[in-house]
Design a protein around this ligand. Structure first.
Ligand code: NDP
Ligand code: 8X3
Length: 263
């Protein structure tokens, strides 16, 4: 399928994987609805996409956790932007990496509200339009964390396992329609993800990717574009991708530092 002139709704487009999706789909000629809380970032991205690829974007400042706001904004979309061909449910985050008994309830609630409830609110609001048009593709960004729990990952892993269950549930319930449903499960991707997890501790975030080559946001975005551009009768149900330097959520290969190599 050609994504040119399709309308792609991307949550979490202000950073990382979502921003890379905007870039990759923009380069392929799609029209973009860019969603996140940080509007200035979206507007800056939209201006860049317009200048670079000549594509138009519509920016929406939206907190996906806010159900009344999601309902209102998505049900009152400008008619020029109200027919969505591809929904990329990407907005999400991890907060904290403490053992279960010490973890923060606020962090837990933020992950559950964003990664599960936010995805549900957006999907539920956009599905009727897709069903009416009898076309659409919902692409959920989960994680390998949803396939394999790791120590101190408890609630983040649970939210991503929920995303996988919801992807499967959606596919089952949309059988008999032309709508497509895909789950993307990446391993380590270097974005702002770890900075958010560690509440802005940049040094600790950098250690996550130290001496290994993580995936880039663009790697994931290109995989998503691949799924979206298959022929209309092909549904890619799930793709799991991780860096060559990663074998599981707990097993990574860190290359010896240059200084150590020389010693
Ligand atoms: P980033 O932190 O770089 O981007 C997260 C995006 O989500 C931002 O655009 C942020 O925008 C948005 N977001 C967060 N909370 C909300 C909210 N309440 N409402 C609207 N938007 C929100 O991280 P990534 O790009 O890495 O993460 C994207 C997705 O990929 C997440 O679902 C993450 O779990 C998943 N993932 C990431 C991996 C990694 O290693 N990086 C691996 C596997 C999966 P803003 O703050 O402006 O609202
Ligand atoms: C993000 C990847 O392994 O840090 O979903 O949980 S991991």
């Amino acid at each position: 399928m050609d994504v040119r002139n399709t309308t792609v709704f991307i949550t979490g487009a202000s950073s990382g994987i979502g921003q890379a999706c905007a870039e990759v789909f923009g380069a392929a000629g799609a029209r973009l609805i860019l969603v996140a809380r940080r509007l200035e970032r979206l507007e800056h991205l939209a201006a860049h996409l317009e200048t670079t690829y000549g594509v138009s974007s519509h920016c929406l400042a939206l907190d996906v956790r806010d159900r009344p706001q999601v309902d209102h904004v998505l049900k009152t979309l400008d008619p020029e932007w109200s027919t969505i061909d591809i929904l990329i449910n990407n907005a999400g985050l991890s907060r904290g990496l403490e053992p279960f008994p010490e973890a923060s309830l606020e962090d837990w609630e933020e992950m559950i509200d964003t990664n599960i409830k936010g995805l549900l609110y957006v999907t539920r609001a956009l599905l009727p339009g897709m069903l009416k048009e009898q076309r659409g593709h919902i692409i959920n960004v989960g994680s390998i964390a949803g396939l394999q729990v790791y120590p101190r990952g408890h609630v983040y892993c649970a939210t991503k396992a929920a995303v996988q269950a919801l992807t499967t549930g959606l596919k089952l319930d949309l059988l008999g329609t032309p709508l497509r449903v895909t789950g993307i499960e990446p391993g380590l991707v270097e974005t702002e993800f770890s900075q958010v997890r560690f509440h802005g501790d940049g040094d600790r975030a950098a250690q996550v990717y130290e001496n290994l080559t993580p995936l880039t946001a663009q790697d994931v975005a290109e995989t998503i574009l691949f799924c979206a551009s298959r022929p209309a009768h092909v549904n890619i149900n799930q793709i799991v991708l991780m860096p060559v330097d990663q074998a599981s959520t707990t097993l990574v290969h860190r290359h010896p530092q240059a200084a150590k190599k020389e010693a």
